[in-house]
Design a protein around this ligand. Sequence first.
Ligand code: G6P
Length: 490
Amino acid sequence: RELLRGELAGDEVLVVSNREPYIHQQTANGIEVARPASGLVTAVEAVMRACSGTWIAHGSGNADREVVDKHDRVPVPPECPEYTLRRVWLSKEEEQGYYYGFANEGLWPLCHIAHVRPVFRSSDWEQYVKVNRRFADAVIAEARTDDPVILVQDYHFALLPRMVREALPRATVITFWHIPWPNPESFGICPWREEILAGMLGSTIIGFHTPFHRKNFLETVDRYLETRIESEASTISYGGKLTQVEPYPISIAWPGTTEVSSESQSECRANIRKALALPADHLLGIGVDRLDYTKGIIERFQAVERMLELNPSMVGRFTFVQIAAPTRSSLDEYQSFEARVRALALRINQRFSNGNYMPILLKAEHHDQYQLNRYYRAADVCMVTSLHDGMNLVAKEFIAARSDEKGVLLLSQFTGAARELHEALIVNPYHIEQSADALYRAITMPEAEQRERMRSMRTLVKDFNVYRWAGHMLLDAARLRKRERVMQRI
Ligand code: G6P
């Protein structure tokens, strides 16, 4: 944290993201402040608290106009303000086309290989261009200096870097792409692929979670744009502008002090079981996701079913709690996914239920970080079975919560996290038999082996925490800023 502050001393920092870190909701009890379920927000918030500045985001609260206007520019966190949240309010039509349409029916399935077909509509694209322009204008208006550091987050703003660069040529624009980047063939089906790539190349630095996504990006640019690429140096020269492309694996804050329960590990274990009406020695699995088709929730339930089928002694002894925060629920694909998840949980529960016993407890509602930490600490195994995932911070949050060095992480090989957390039980989530075996291995793993694995994963997450993630990017940015200033003097 301190290092990060030092790195940015004297520089103006602006963040742009779609999701806002605090949502002001009008309720019967007045205004209440909610936190969204988003790995991106969790990570960037930790950075913003360390370096202050202004965070520009889409205002998503349901507060009425009068209240909303008052919350255009608010100091946050509400309890002890450390930076400014500047909201951009969108019309229904803009939100529909830019966020639900182009970003989440187009780019999201395009970049995640989860075999859901992307939908590209010209009308959505028009809104995407328009909203990128609106956010770019907000950035330009907020900037107090002509060379701020601008951290652009994710696939909602592929066009914004170039728009900002045109108005603020001396700015350092760092774009971080939080989701995977597919191979050139997959990306090439996007009707506006050239515009997206050219927009992103307005950035000084483009970051991905893994070297693999970076390689895919370089190959995609090489395929579709006239550029000069230096693969060794990982730079792209386009229209007289140089962009550095690097992997920066995202992480979590360490220690995550504020949201840790005051209960001891063993109290958490006992209290959660009591609350779920389970015996004290019951084996517990946990899954925490947004209800998204990329997360492999169906495959996870199938693995639980297969494990119980293969190991009848676990029927009545093992329960899997799936916490699934509703997300993007106005889209058909998400509605039908939720229906399939619910139907599968019901079928498996009917098959194995006995008295009060149900193998799957599906909690399809938002839980805050405090509640999640209690579940993480109570669980014997955490299952992260994404079909494709940029990083997956649930895996790292689970590890951070286990100061007792117990519990097993079962992790999909298709997450960015699997490239770092080698001591997890790594599975191919499409291979149900393999995941079922890994699940059984996890819940019967000797304590000494759990400790050995957990200890080394904890060391890694502690060392490569979110401040390192941001620190690496900002250090690279500082180096490039210096170089540019020297060049300007020559
Ligand atoms: C992913 C994306 C983020 C997004 C989050 C939640 O992590 O990379 O940009 O904020 O999902 O999705 P939502 O659409 O609710 O913001």
